[in-house]
Design a protein around this ligand. Structure first.
Ligand code: PEP
Ligand code: MG
Length: 541
């Protein structure tokens, strides 16, 4: 047995076999090959494999989020059959006697450059696609294939680190737990694990080269421990605990359909957080009364180009319709910091958490913002949508947002497209927003307190920095006083205030939040019934 400690981000238990995700090393060496025909056969074989992978991706995305999002994988398959591209690779192997990886990488770079220099915007956008298919071929040639989640048995994923876009693309049904060597407990990857109800440990100092796919492991989120090659005794204990967990979950099921109300009749709106259209199922399964935070930026991650207005419209409409009249609060894109997307070309920043992100991008690049707003206003016709804006620091920003929303409204009027102006609120996640919450309350319909960022900015503790996890204390008096102040300022103006940061699900604070007058809590779907249980036990409010 090999036992390692880590920081637990979701306190569940899991047992199963490990799948190790090795970091993709895209460094390519050039070497001379003698058997040119064999090398060409490798290229063709890799092409076939890539097409199979893309077909599977196409089928999966088509089923989960529809044709518009899946189309890109069809385009990639077609590009893999492009004669000019394939001829260029073949001819390089033949004439220069170079290895397949090198020929593919160089051809990919050349073609990508050629597309990037074209005048037509559509062709320009293909530059990233050529790069993508070339990278895929190189990975296959180097034997670094992506894990095929569709044929994989459910497993414990072990990785050096995982980015939010990698995490969100994984098939949740196939993941028993996450173990990462790096990563902070407050990162978006950790938040996603919690949202997906998946036991996860970060900062596990294991040598990833020594752990092999197929090794058995037990993950204990309560102890913050993973045991590789567990003894039969530990396996037996874990089986029993998994049974007990199942029974506890079944008990919670009895709270489905019940009101979220204190013993004295105070009602709290209990909503859930989601990152993708596919997560709506978890909200309904756990009886969320609405969606308090749809992190819309995940629609922008893991792709090569901006989602179109139509793609976004379909996604928001689908969520609104599935929630059938229940509130759906969609946050406008919060790209930047740990959520990086190449095509935004944000550039390197010394301090990205305090950098060019979220509403700042939207106000500086209003064409990106307006596309999203148009999609949101149009989708609002199909359900109970609210919009909220992240990372607000000033009254002027809210006025500027208002001006842009009016412009979008006029544009839609002109072309006679149906829309609705929904309820609009702001996230309170900077100390500045807290201190001017009296003024902000006059301009907006509601506040949603983002305690994850509010903690990082108030305590000057980078939430991504794993070394600082012990300093990241959302229970700090400063944070609790800020929450109280925000709620009071909202109520003075007749507006409501909720919490959508992770602290909203902290059962130790539920009673305090209710006493403060917090109107809404938006939590990971897996936490809805636990928070409801806690609220229903509160007396004297
Ligand atoms: C927050 O900051 O609390 C929040 C909800 O937003 P995110 O975690 O996505 O930054
Ligand atoms: Mg935030």
């Amino acid at each position: 047995m090999k036992v390692y400690k880590g920081k637990s981000v979701y306190k569940g238990i899991a047992m199963g076999n490990v799948v190790v995700l090795k970091n993709k090393d895209l460094q390519i060496k050039r070497y001379r090959v003698e058997d040119v025909e064999a090398e060409l056969a490798r290229v063709d074989q890799a092409g076939k494999r890539a097409k199979e992978q893309l077909q599977k991706l196409y089928d999966k995305v088509l089923k989960e989020v529809g044709e518009a999002n899946a189309a890109i994988f069809e385009v990639h398959q077609m590009m893999l059959e492009d004669e000019d591209y394939l001829d260029a690779i073949h001819s390089m192997v033949r004439t220069e006697h170079v290895n397949a990886e090198y020929a593919v990488a160089v051809t990919g770079d050349n073609f990508s450059q050629m597309f990037a220099n074209m005048d037509d915007d559509y062709m320009k956008a293909r530059a990233a696609d050529v790069k993508d298919i070339s990278n895929r071929l190189v990975q296959i040639l180097k034997g670094q294939e992506e894990v095929d989640f569709s044929s994989m048995e459910p497993a414990i994923i072990v990785a050096d680190d995982l980015s939010p876009s990698e995490t969100v693309q994984m098939d949740k049904e196939k993941i028993l737990a996450f173990i990462t060597v790096h990563g902070s407990a407050n990162s978006h990857t950790a938040i996603l694990a919690r949202m997906m109800n998946i036991p996860a440990l970060v900062g596990v100092k294991v040598d990833i080269q020594e752990i092999h796919t197929g090794t058995k492991a037990v993950v204990d989120g309560l102890l913050g421990e993973v045991t590789f090659e567990p003894s039969e005794e530990l396996c037996e204990q874990t089986r029993k605990r998994l049974e007990e967990e199942k029974e506890k979950l079944q008990l919670l099921q009895t709270l489905k359909g019940k009101e979220t109300i204190t013993l004295d009749g105070k009602k709290i709106h209990l909503y859930a957080n989601i990152a993708s259209v596919g997560d709506v199922g978890y909200v309904l399964e756990n009886d969320g009364e609405g969606i308090g935070l749809f992190r819309s930026e995940f629609l922008y991650l893991g792709r090569n180009d901006f989602p179109t207005e139509e793609e976004q419209f379909q996604a928001y409409k689908q969520v609104a319709q599935t929630m059938a009249g229940k509130k759906v609060i969609i946050r406008t894109l919060d790209i930047g910091a740990d959520k990086q997307v190449d095509y935004f070309q944000l550039g390197q920043e010394d301090n990205p958490a305090m950098g060019y992100r979220a509403i700042r991008i939207c106000l500086k690049q209003p064409e990106i913002f307006k596309t999203q707003l148009r999609a949101l206003l149009r989708a609002a016709v199909f359900g109970n949508i609210s919009i909220m804006y992240p990372m607000i620091i000033s009254v002027e920003e809210v006025r500027e947002i208002d001006r842009i929303v009016k412009e979008v409204q006029e544009e839609l009027n002109k072309v006679q497209i149906p829309y609705k102006i929904p309820e609009q609120g702001v996230m309170i996640e900077t100390p500045a927003a807290v201190m001017i919450s009296d003024e902000l309350a006059e301009l907006v319909d509601f506040f949603s307190i983002g305690t994850n960022d509010l903690t990082q900015y108030t305590l000057a503790v980078d939430r991504q920095n794993e070394k600082l996890d012990d300093f990241y204390n959302p229970h700090h008096k400063a944070i609790l006083k800020m929450i109280q102040m925000v709620v009071e300022n909202a109520h003075k103006c007749g507006k409501w205030a909720g919490i959508c940061g992770e602290l909203g699900a902290d059962l130790e604070l539920t009673e305090e939040f209710v006493r403060m007058g917090v109107d809404e809590l938006s939590v990971a779907p897996s936490m809805v019934l636990k928070v409801r249980k806690r609220i229903r036990e509160i007396k004297g409010i």
